[in-house]
Design a protein around this ligand. Structure first.
Ligand SMILES: CC[C@@H](C(=O)O)C(=O)SCCNC(=O)CCNC(=O)[C@H](O)C(C)(C)COP(=O)(O)OP(=O)(O)OC[C@H]1O[C@@H](n2cnc3c(N)ncnc32)[C@H](O)[C@@H]1OP(=O)(O)O
Ligand SMILES: [Co+2]
Length: 133
């Protein structure tokens, strides 16, 4: 794995949180993007060599809405950048991690993504992602 690509933070209101994080980080989100397949609206902030991804659920079945409902707003996942996602999926499967999807999915910000179930990663939802750019 190359680096932490982003930290995903679940929020109730993306607009309000964009303002809050712009104040906190001293710069504005560089993009907003809907990912209908995941039921999320996202925004991205560059922080040095990595990013913060804010996520608001778009409906009650969204993983983000469920997370906020069951727990609270807060850190939702950690995303690691990989060079070859298929190769990394094979490696992680062999190591006994539980992959949540059989094939990479299209994520936000020009990425292919795969998630690992938090029960196989000490309670932390892990995303691995490969750039498509
Ligand atoms: C925008 C695209 C992409 C990107 O490009 O960056 C994204 O980041 S999308 C982010 C949103 N998408 C996802 O989160 C997809 C992967 N997640 C899932 O498949 C599910 O959320 C889940 C992790 C399998 C949980 O789903 P489910 O079992 O239906 O939910 P429950 O609410 O019943 O939770 C079961 C169990 O898991 C715990 N949980 C849920 N979410 C998390 C989390 N983010 N981190 C840690 N633990 C989590 C939840 O608390 C339950 O635990 P117990 O109560 O102890 O059973
Ligand atoms: Co993410």
């Amino acid at each position: 794995m190359r680096k932490i690509e982003h930290l995903g933070i679940a929020v109730k209101d993306l607009k309000q949180s964009n303002e809050l994080f712009a104040k906190l980080l001293g710069n504005k989100a560089y993009k907003e993007e809907m990912v209908d397949s995941e039921g999320v609206k996202t925004s991205f902030f560059q922080v040095g060599d990595t990013k913060v991804e804010l996520l608001e659920g778009t409906g009650p079945d969204s993983p983000i809405s469920k997370f906020v409902e069951k727990r609270a707003e807060g850190i939702h996942h950690i995303a690691f950048e990989v060079e070859d996602i298929q190769k990394e999926m094979e490696r992680l499967k062999k190591e006994g991690f539980e992959l949540l999807n059989e094939q990479p999915k299209t994520g936000a910000d020009h990425k292919l993504v795969v998630f690992l179930h938090p029960r196989s990663t000490n309670g932390v939802l892990v995303e691995i992602c490969q750039s498509t750019q």
